[in-house]
Design a protein around this ligand. Structure first.
Ligand SMILES: [Fe+2]
Length: 358
């Protein structure tokens, strides 16, 4: 159903209402059968808002639209949505400034923010990383990709909502660490979603799947001990620099070890760079000695790294990435069963093929 109040629009479907109480302005526009997840869209182009709303409502989401930065900021603070999609360029204050302000306010800092841009420039991505954006999206929209990214962000938000404050601090720290390298932005959210789904596909116990989702976010938290000069170095690393870089696996385990809720996550953090043939680090574990959860996360991690654009390399397509990984499976690095399950899952995702909107 559609409600119009004061120039804003909220679209709802018949899904269970959010557990959090809404501010009055929103409550008037949402009936008692509102959806579980609420998305705030801010874009000054009505056609873009309409296209996004169409796509999101089809996913059963409740959408509130705003046409400029200041009203988006005020609405986000009032309604505390589960996801914010911001146009990078808007009147008043642009999406980057709205994002910066949301991320610097403890009440809104953990709401995932996706910046939408007209072009996929490195400068925009760097700017987005600087203000703490969780993900980027380029117009025109590919419906399949947009849907996947929105669902990943919402899964991330659900996970964060269920955390103890101490866990939430670690998650925030992990995002700060990720933010140091603008080229890897969004990596944690994608990994968390894909790793959780792969755990399901492998029929792992529920607690292993939950551990995989958490590990997707925090697995590289140990990079906090790696200096920028090494972490962001474009050229090949020296021997000493490699030692520092490799130390992130054990360092991450140390950082998370005081939290009892991370017990199942610690082996994934420590062993996500082991290889099946024993040539990985930090312990040189081989075969089944590497926890199955770590074997699952590393397949998703490698795939995401290969298909992600970097300043020094183009993003591989999915078939190209699978070809590279297949050769690495044959070299004895990755678990063939896990890799097979992962490729099947990704190919099934792509069955519908991309659709364009606007
Ligand atoms: Fe790592």
């Amino acid at each position: 159903m559609l409600h119009d109040v004061n120039g804003t629009t909220t679209l709802t479907t018949n899904r269970p209402r959010s557990r959090r109480s809404d501010p009055k302005a929103v409550r008037r526009r949402v009936d008692s059968a509102g959806p579980a997840h609420r998305v705030l869209i801010a874009d000054d182009q009505p056609s873009v808002r309409a296209a996004l709303t169409r796509i999101l409502v089809r996913q059963g989401l409740e959408v509130t639209e705003m046409s400029d930065g200041p009203s988006a900021l005020a609405t986000a603070r009032a309604m505390l949505p589960d996801l914010v999609l911001l146009d990078g360029s808007m009147p008043g204050c642009d999406g980057y400034e709205v994002c910066r302000q949301l991320k610097s306010d403890s009440r809104t800092a953990l709401i995932p923010v996706v910046i939408i841009t007209g072009d996929d420039s490195v400068a925009d991505r760097v700017r987005g990383a600087e203000v703490g954006a969780d993900d980027f999206f380029t117009k025109p929209f590919d419906v399949t990709e947009l849907t996947a990214r929105v669902q990943a962000a919402l899964r991330q938000k659900s996970l964060t909502d269920g955390l103890e404050p101490s866990d939430a601090v670690l998650f925030t720290l992990a995002r700060v660490v990720e933010g140091r390298d603008a080229a890897t932005e969004g990596h944690c959210s994608r990994l968390s979603a894909l790793a959780g789904r792969l755990g399901e596909r492998l029929q792992l116990p529920v607690r292993d799947r939950a551990a995989l989702r958490r590990a997707g976010v925090v697995h590289d938290i140990g990079k906090i001990v790696v200096p920028d000069a090494v972490l962001l170095k474009r050229g090949p690393l020296t021997g000493d620099e490699w030692v520092l870089m490799r130390s992130h696996a054990a360092a991450g385990e140390r950082i998370c070890s005081p939290l009892r809720s991370f017990n199942d996550v610690l082996p994934i953090i420590r062993h996500h760079h082991e290889r099946l043939d024993g040539s990985g680090y930090p312990d040189g574990l081989a075969g089944a000695a590497i926890p199955i959860t770590a074997r699952a996360l590393q397949v998703v991690d490698v795939f995401d790294a290969l298909t992600m654009i970097r300043p020094y390399k183009k993003a591989l397509t999915t078939p190209e990435a699978f070809e590279v990984m297949d050769s690495e499976v044959r070299r004895g690095w990755w678990d063939p069963t896990v890799f097979g399950a992962f490729t099947t899952m990704i190919r099934e995702d792509a069955t519908d093929g991309p659709h364009s909107a606007d």
